[in-house]
Ligand binder design. Structure first.
Ligand SMILES: Nc1ncnc2c1ncn2[C@@H]1O[C@H](COP(=O)(O)OP(=O)(O)OP(=O)(O)O)[C@@H](O)[C@H]1O
Ligand SMILES: [Mg+2]
Length: 240
């Protein structure tokens, strides 16, 4: 019988929530407000891969490669070493998103070209893990909802068909006020969604994580409190 292969994130307590890891070869959305831990989650997923001999690529949109290396180093992860060994690369989305077509009023990125270029790089490096942090620029918000959805569907499909990687896509989320709006990436198109939030718990603010969905996985809808710890990264409190 067909079984879902799992890709461990190395996040203490998380892999156990999702039957050992993320479904291999799929795209998972990590969503949350600024500062909730999306980048750290992504870097930990990549670092765990490197420890297991799986190469990785991080595509940054908002940050400089040096800042990413510094962020990782602050948690005790020496990514620089893997850059030197050519097992890990940080790319800036700008290089892929420069392929725009149309005039200033009608800018639309050529997603086929952007993902095609990225796939070449992924295949050259033989990367197994890929992060788009954030993925929003790849779907370049346009005028109507339909087009955004079309772009998103296309992005997820192209990632699936043109590279063998397991992908983490991050996006900003507005707080849950009954209606949760995802900016850029539609939840129903990805194989999994992890929501990172700050919550009030016993009169203090705490970091929390919910596995909103994970295809082919028995993931319980439970809010898990976590901490960010030097040398360990994200640690679910039940596992501290
Ligand atoms: N070395 C560290 N040790 C402990 N906590 C850290 C460390 N580095 C960062 N943090 C915590 O992690 C938080 C930021 O996490 P991260 O950068 O992953 O958030 P983000 O969701 O990617 O934010 P943004 O949307 O702004 O990119 C910081 O605000 C800080 O509190
Ligand atoms: Mg970030």
């Amino acid at each position: 019988m067909m079984q879902t292969d799992r890709v461990p994130t190395g996040i203490a307590g998380f892999d156990g929530l999702v039957e050992g890891g993320l479904p291999k070869g799929r795209s998972i959305l990590i969503t949350g407000e600024p500062g909730t831990g999306k980048t750290i989650f992504s870097l930990q997923f990549l670092f765990e891969g490197l420890l297991r001999g799986e190469r990785g690529i991080y595509v940054a949109a908002d940050e400089e490669p040096m800042d990413i290396l510094e962020q990782a180093a602050s948690l005790g992860w020496n990514l620089e070493e893997y850059v030197e060994k050519k097992e890990f690369a940080i790319l800036t989305a700008g290089a892929y998103l420069s392929s725009v077509s149309g005039g200033p009023k009608d800018r639309q990125i050529d997603i086929h070209k952007a993902i095609g270029d990225l796939a070449k790089f992924v295949n050259q490096l033989e990367a197994k893990r890929l992060v788009l942090d954030p993925a929003g620029p790849f779907v370049m918000l346009r005028d109507t909802a339909t087009r955004i959805q079309d772009q998103t569907r296309l992005l997820i499909k192209l990632l699936r068909t043109s590279m063998p990687t397991t992908n983490l896509l991050t996006s900003y989320a507005v707080p849950r006020t009954g209606e949760r709006t995802m900016r850029g990436i539609e939840e129903y198109m990805v194989a999994g969604v992890v929501v990172l939030e700050m919550i009030w718990r016993e009169e203090r603010l705490a970091r929390s994580l919910i596995v909103g969905k994970m295809r082919c996985t028995d993931a319980k809808p439970v809010q898990h409190e976590f901490d960010i710890v030097k040398g360990k990264g994200i640690v679910l409190l039940e596992h501290a």
